[in-house]
Design a protein around this ligand. Structure first.
Ligand code: SF4
Length: 321
């Protein structure tokens, strides 16, 4: 289901692509390296784009009476307006994207925990800031997956990020490129269990949108559905929701009592964090093959992104949802 789809991802250019950091270094990321052959990348370095050069004296976010500024202490250059203008122009021309991977803690690209200095000459910092470019991304691309390379080393965060970008990429390719009610119904059917795991309330609303009892025009229905899809996928499934989906899936098979017991034990092990989610999912996938269950075979929940992106080292890493 996922092999032909290539998510479109904006990437901070200093991650695996270019030596464009302030100190001419590049940032290594095994996750980005793994992802690069499977996605269409839009690399960007906002600081180079506004003419700061490589290498360059570092810039920082500073709190002033006029609000937050992006400032280069060594040259006394205030880069705020240039960065805001660049972000506006770049994002205005960007078009549809399925996700962003931005450099952690950068005053430009950091989406969380960016140092904010409490004045021009003050060295007191808080870690509660957001980079200027990242703030513009979040404002314009509400609902789109934004992560940094640091957080993506965590299995749960990475699994959900990959799940989101592939779900949105499939929506673009299967529904948006040639919209029809048939395409939308097909997409919704194949993503039902995934959406059920993420957000049951949104699933009910999306079911009503697809049913379209009000007879809305197709473009309104598709736009409405896309907005709810983005909302539905915002939060990773809680482990209890994943267990509910797996119990629901079990009902599709004609199992022996021993097989049922075996599966329920695996779910209990998952509930107690003794095994990862991939264990009960692998059992269901084997039954899908054995029983030839066509509805479950199409469900994105069981294969949300290409197998090549599942690293062996993922197995057994802790569950935190
Ligand atoms: S963090 Fe962003 S601005 Fe800084 S070097 Fe990387 S891409 Fe450029």
């Amino acid at each position: 289901m996922t092999s032909a789809v290539r998510p479109r991802i904006v990437l901070s250019r200093c991650i695996e692509v270019d030596h464009c950091r302030w100190n001419s270094l590049r940032v290594a990321s095994d996750v980005v390296k793994l992802l690069l052959p499977h996605v269409d990348i839009v690399p960007v370095c906002p600081e180079v784009e506004i003419g700061l050069g490589v290498p360059r004296p570092p810039i920082r976010v500073i709190k002033t009476d006029e609000g937050l500024r992006l400032y280069q202490p060594e040259t006394a250059r205030d880069c705020t307006v240039e960065m805001e203008r660049f972000s506006d122009e770049f994002l205005g021309e960007l078009g549809s994207v399925d996700g962003f991977i931005l450099k952690s803690r950068s005053p430009s690209c950091g989406s969380k925990e960016v140092r904010v200095y409490q004045g021009l000459s003050d060295h007191t910092v808080s870690r509660k800031g957001v980079g200027f470019f990242a703030a513009a991304v979040a404002a314009r691309y509400e609902g789109v997956a934004i992560e940094d390379e640091g957080r993506l080393t965590n299995w749960s965060l990475r699994h959900h990020f990959f799940t989101r970008i592939y779900a949105m990429a499939r929506f673009r390719s299967q529904v948006l490129t040639a919209p029809s009610m048939q395409a939308l119904i097909g997409y919704h059917a194949a993503h039902k269990l995934l959406i059920m795991a993420c957000n049951e309330r949104q699933l009910r609303m999306m079911g009503r949108i697809v049913a379209n009892h009000d007879g809305q025009p197709l473009d309104v229905v598709v736009r409405d559905y896309e907005q709810h899809l983005a909302l539905a996928l915002q939060d990773a499934p809680r482990y209890t929701a994943s267990i509910n989906v797996l119990m629901h899936a079990m009902g599709y098979f004609d199992l022996t009592p021993a097989e049922k017991r075996f599966f329920l034990d695996a779910l209990e092990d998952y509930r107690a964090s003794r095994v990862p989610l991939s264990v009960p999912i692998a059992i269901v996938r084997s039954w899908i093959v054995r029983f030839g269950q066509p509805y479950l075979a199409e469900q994105a929940f069981f294969a949300p992104y290409p197998e090549e992106l599942v690293q062996v080292t993922d197995s057994g890493k802790g569950r935190d949802t």
